[in-house]
Design a protein around this ligand. Structure first.
Ligand SMILES: Cc1cc2nc3c(=O)[nH]c(=O)nc-3n(C[C@H](O)[C@H](O)[C@H](O)COP(=O)(O)O)c2cc1C
Ligand SMILES: CCCCC(=O)C(=O)O
Length: 334
């Protein structure tokens, strides 16, 4: 079916046609029953507008700022792993699209282009997403490399003490990280997995991720970087208050695109609670299920400074490379 995509769902269809089933399932899937996966999208549909009319909308301005950086619209690119599974140019194509769209790209630390390659490919504003490894020295070297090559903030993901049970990946025996290489770790840590059963990603992650990560480690992270730190994976007022107390620069309300703990609430349903707890002290961002402009508007109306899109970027990349990412960023406004 040759279609001219006009929205993210149509890009998803193109990505499905373009990708081997193993990779499409990895990108699109969620954890366990995928209850939260559906809810992330459907919870947006349950919020309706009460529009007022006869307002002058002849001049509108979608631009905003995040941590002082100017964005053309309040839609950033969420960190997602392994872009070379979608397209041979990998994260470089994504970064170029981010630069063209004047938005911020958050580079995943499980990327298939190195932090340096992405940095030198274009002048996109980049944040660096961090997982904390059992080998703290590997985490700190990555943070220092990101800082040296101009990343503007560290996004610490806190919802992944281990990788969620993604049943499609288990069935498919998902072979990432062997193909393609997780280039950031070259010379730092082996990415070979000694497991013939199930998802290699899950086996790899349980070997490397530090499940003891806790609030006290924010102090450690602050001690190794001067960059502002955002915490990604907050879903309650209680954690939002703790995040403010430990002095981070921002919060991302996220359930990891429903790939981690299933039966967490859809992100849009807890946004208001988090925003109220934060009380304007630091910016609150949101990701999870954002597929079009009305979703973005709902998140802003409930207090988010901006949103991030995860899968839409991968669908665009798989369908049409850099141009596809640009088109999906545009379609997320429409
Ligand atoms: C294939 C895939 C890989 C991801 N990899 C990462 C990652 O490396 N680090 C991270 O913090 N979040 C990761 N995420 C979660 C995203 O940053 C984001 O929270 C989520 O995709 C948002 O939901 P959406 O896909 O519905 O937009 C990943 C998500 C997907 C779909
Ligand atoms: C070790 C984590 C791999 C990337 C990831 O976060 C995801 O697939 O959701």
């Amino acid at each position: 079916m040759a279609i001219e995509p006009v929205n993210i769902n149509e890009f998803q269809e193109l990505a499905k046609q373009a990708l081997p089933k193993m990779y499409y399932d990895y990108y699109t899937g969620g954890a366990e029953d995928q209850y939260t996966l559906k809810e992330n999208v459907e919870a947006f549909s349950r919020i309706l507008f009460q529009p007022t009319t006869l307002l002058d909308v002849s001049r509108i301005n979608l631009s905003t700022t995040v941590l002082g950086y100017n964005l053309s619209s309040p839609i950033m690119l969420a960190p997602t792993g392994c872009h070379k599974l979608a397209h041979p140019e990998g994260e470089i194509a994504t970064a170029r699209a981010a630069a063209a769209c004047k938005t911020i790209m958050v580079l995943s630390c499980v990327s298939t282009c190195t932090v340096e390659e992405v940095a030198s490919s274009c002048d996109a504003i980049r944040f660096f997403q961090l997982y904390v490894y059992r080998r703290r020295d590997v985490s700190s070297q990555l943070v220092q490399r990101a800082e040296r090559c101009g990343y503007k903030a560290i996004v610490l993901t806190v919802d992944t003490p281990r990788v969620g049970r993604r049943e499609a990946d288990i069935k498919n025996k998902m072979i990432m990280p062997e193909i393609p290489e997780l280039k950031n770790f070259e010379g730092l840590m082996s990415t070979e997995v000694d497991s013939e059963k199930g998802s290699k990603l899950e086996a790899f992650a349980s070997e490397i991720l530090d499940p003891s990560l806790s609030w006290k480690d924010i102090g450690w992270l602050k001690s190794i970087t001067n960059l502002p730190i955002l915490i990604k994976g907050v879903l309650t007022a209680e954690d939002a208050v703790k995040a403010v107390d430990v002095g981070v620069a921002g919060i991302i309300v996220s359930n990891h695109g429903a790939r981690q703990l299933d039966y967490t609430p859809p992100t849009i349903s807890v946004l208001e609670e988090v925003v109220q707890a934060v009380g304007g002290k630091i910016p609150v961002l949101l990701d999870g299920g954002v597929r079009r402009g009305t979703d973005v508007f709902k998140a802003l109306a409930l207090g988010a400074q901006a949103v991030l899109i995860g899968r839409p970027v991968l669908y665009g990349l798989a369908a049409m490379g850099e141009n596809g990412v640009k088109a999906c960023h545009r379609d997320a406004q429409g």
